[in-house]
Write a protein that binds this ligand. Structure first.
Ligand code: HMG
Ligand code: MG
Length: 305
């Protein structure tokens, strides 16, 4: 078993995974302010949007406008999701330094999310990854439904491992393992990681856990025990996936950071600034943050007044 990491990289996915699932349209200026505040809180990777079909995900249709208006901080990466060459052209035109390709370990989810089979998704991803590398653009790989699929049920860890190895062979520098519907529990997450880590070095793995069943923090802890040192999260717990009915947001970044701070794990992220950012976007959406830590901090601050 690997030693639990003393340093963790937090990948903020709220502006993409969070806002892609909002019923209301969030203005580009609000998205830009959100992304800039997240970088100012110390996050070094902030997913900024996606170049996908606006018919499928209208909430991300303004990604080029967001990237054009963004003050990019030195040392911060702003990846965008790219499903095909058309999306890659968009990312290139917007001077992106990093893209994320995505596939699903379940055939049904692949069809629902990207209108193609797993084999066809490889045919789309390979040229995108090759073009990105030719332009010195880093490529991150996502795998959805690493534990359960909303349409097919349990997914074999071996299928996830095979896909992770394939994405690595395309040149992805990291594979983010998505518990898309948040049904995973620590033992199942560890079994999945053990299978994947047999094919891909654990340093190249990231956990991307939705919190639908309240298991995400426990799953992060279980992943830390296996040596995983990168975790995706959404400020204020924003998010979900439009093709995963009932799935709620990613684990809240504030909750992850509070836990890591408490464990003495370094992240470089400032909890106060992060919580203020969560309050900012929640106010823009007209609701309270889903983060328990954010709510507790707000209640404490209100009492102190
Ligand atoms: P399709 O309809 O099969 O594609 O969609 P197509 O090639 O037949 O094109 C149809 C139309 O879309 C055409 O326009 C294309 O130009 C346009 P028309 O001629 O009809 O006017 N089009 C595009 N427009 C803009 N950008 C593009 C693009 N591509 C085609 N890149 C496609 C296939 C993959 C495009 C579609 O299924 C799609 O966009 N899917 C994306 C779905 C998505 O974004 N899902 C959420 C992100 S994944 C996620 O959340 C999971 C994750 O968080 C991990 C986890 O939690 O598990 C990452
Ligand atoms: Mg997700």
């Amino acid at each position: 078993m690997s030693a639990s990491p003393k340093r963790v990289r937090m990948v903020e996915v709220g502006p993409r995974d969070g806002l892609q699932n909002e019923a209301q349209t969030v203005p580009a200026a609000t998205k830009i302010a959100l992304i800039e505040k997240l970088a100012d809180a110390g996050l070094k990777t902030v997913e900024a949007g996606s170049f996908v079909s606006p018919k499928w995900i209208p909430q991300m249709a303004d990604t080029a406008e967001v990237l054009a208006g963004l003050r990019r901080a030195p040392g911060v990466s702003y990846p965008v999701l790219v499903p095909n060459m058309k999306g890659f052209e968009g990312a290139l035109a917007s001077h992106c330094d990093e893209i994320a390709v995505f596939a699903a370990a379940s055939e049904s989810f692949s069809q629902r999310n990207t209108n193609c089979s797993i084999a066809e998704s490889y045919e789309r991803i390979a040229p995108v990854a090759a073009a990105a590398r030719a332009h010195n653009i880093r490529v991150r790989g996502y795998i959805s439904t690493v534990v359960d699929c909303p349409y097919e049920g349990p997914i074999a860890p071996a299928a996830v491992a095979e896909m992770a190895a394939k994405l690595l062979s395309f040149g992805c520098y990291e594979i983010s393992l998505g518990d898309t519907i948040g049904t995973g529990t620590p033992s199942r997450i560890q079994a999945m990681i053990d299978a994947v880590a047999a094919k891909v070095p654990v340093e190249k793995l990231a956990g991307h856990y939705h919190d639908t069943y309240g298991q995400a923090l426990a799953n992060i802890l279980a992943s830390l025990e296996r040596g995983v040192a990168t975790f995706d999260s959404s400020v204020a717990g924003l998010g979900g996936c439009p093709y995963a009915p009932g799935a709620t947001g990613n684990v809240a970044s504030e909750d992850v950071l509070y836990m890591l701070d408490g464990m003495g794990v370094a992240t470089g992220v400032d909890l106060k600034k992060l919580a203020a950012t969560g309050q900012f976007i929640s106010a823009a959406l007209g609701r309270e943050p889903a983060s328990k830590v954010a709510r507790a901090l707000a209640a404490k601050a209100a009492k102190g007044k």
